[in-house]
Design a protein around this ligand. Structure first.
Ligand code: PMV
Length: 322
């Protein structure tokens, strides 16, 4: 039962989880279990801050000051009440310091913060793996976003696991290029269901992603970007191949997306270790090493003066804002 004698409101902060080896597709849509194993980095500098309060009315959620439809959230709140055997109702106010629903993994930071906020409000001692299970129900990648540094979400697993702390690979950087600052038209949830139902490449994706995950894990353990980079790129392009070959296709890419992918190729030809990854959206993230970042950024900014770039690295776990 919830702790109604404790605080009536609390604020939590979570950062997005960027997959280096992607999760794409569900083995169980109702339970939101991932069909592929993913390997991810929790990003620094980006965050969602969410204030959760007990409510004596119905559940309600405001994102960036706007009341949102409860369609996506209702099953999540029901699950929170079932897990904690509570009848609590919640009012939620959430804000991110980066564009939402634009392929920057805002659902990972959003649901990580929401799951942590609701759980800690009901039970300040709620176990993190229980929170990670709840986060998965909202968005599978959110389960990873609860943990700092480098994380794993194994296929068919009910929660993510921490793999390495953020100090594990301090030289690793992620350059984020914002191609389009708008919410996407097709949610990743719909796009992955469409790929499962209609892409002739979907089964191949499932098989190949097992291999990418195993090799990616070894390369990450060795902090070997020359080995990890091609796997990051391959995981991204294989994932998009299932989107391009869905009926109807899900095409998130914009002209600048493709130009950036060519720019990464050109950077590698110049000898830089720069590896592109993307999520369900047009934005491009480039994984590189700290020592090469200033030169890579200068080259990118010269070629794309109209785009905004920022540099991130392995970040903090989700937590309470005191
Ligand atoms: O967690 P969801 O349902 O928002 O899906 C995330 C899917 C990708 O971002 C494309 C890949 C990933 O592993 O984060």
């Amino acid at each position: 039962m919830e702790n109604r004698m404790g605080p009536q409101t609390l604020t939590v902060r979570a950062a997005p989880s960027l997959a280096l080896i992607k999760y794409w597709g569900k083995s169980d849509a109702l339970e939101n279990l991932p069909a592929t194993s993913s390997l991810a980095i929790t990003l620094s500098g980006l965050h969602t801050e969410t204030t959760v309060s007990f409510s004596n009315k119905q559940d309600s959620v405001r994102i960036d000051g706007r009341e949102v439809s409860m369609e996506r959230f209702a099953p999540f709140f029901q699950k929170v009440r079932a897990v904690f055997r509570s009848d609590a109702r919640f009012h939620v106010e959430s804000r991110s310091n980066f564009p939402a629903s634009a392929g920057l993994a805002s659902s990972s930071s959003g649901f990580a913060a929401l799951a942590l906020g609701c759980s800690k409000l009901i039970d300040p001692n709620a176990e993190i793996l229980k929170v990670a299970e709840l986060a998965r129900l909202g968005s599978a990648s959110a389960s990873r976003a609860l943990f700092e540094g480098f994380t794993i979400l194994k296929k068919q697993s009910r929660h993510a696991e921490p793999l390495f702390p953020k100090s594990f690979w301090p030289e690793l950087r992620v350059i984020v290029a914002i191609v389009k600052n708008e919410a996407k038209k097709i949610s990743s949830r719909n796009a992955m269901e469409l790929a499962k139902e209609s892409s002739p490449l979907y089964q191949t994706w499932l098989q190949e992603s097992d291999k990418l995950f195993e090799s990616g894990l070894v390369a990450l353990k060795n902090r070997d970007l020359e080995a990890l980079g091609p796997l990051i790129r391959q995981s991204t392009l294989m994932m998009f191949s299932t989107m391009f070959t869905s009926s109807p296709p899900s095409i998130y890419w914009m002209p600048d997306t493709i130009a950036l992918l060519h720019a990464c190729e050109a950077l590698r030809e110049l000898g830089f270790s720069a590896w592109e990854t993307m999520d369900a959206g047009p934005q491009v993230k480039i994984v590189a090493l700290e020592k090469e970042c200033p030169e890579i950024l200068t080259l990118l900014q010269t070629q794309f003066p109209h785009l905004r770039f920022f540099v991130s690295q392995a970040g903090e776990s989700a937590g309470l804002v005191i």
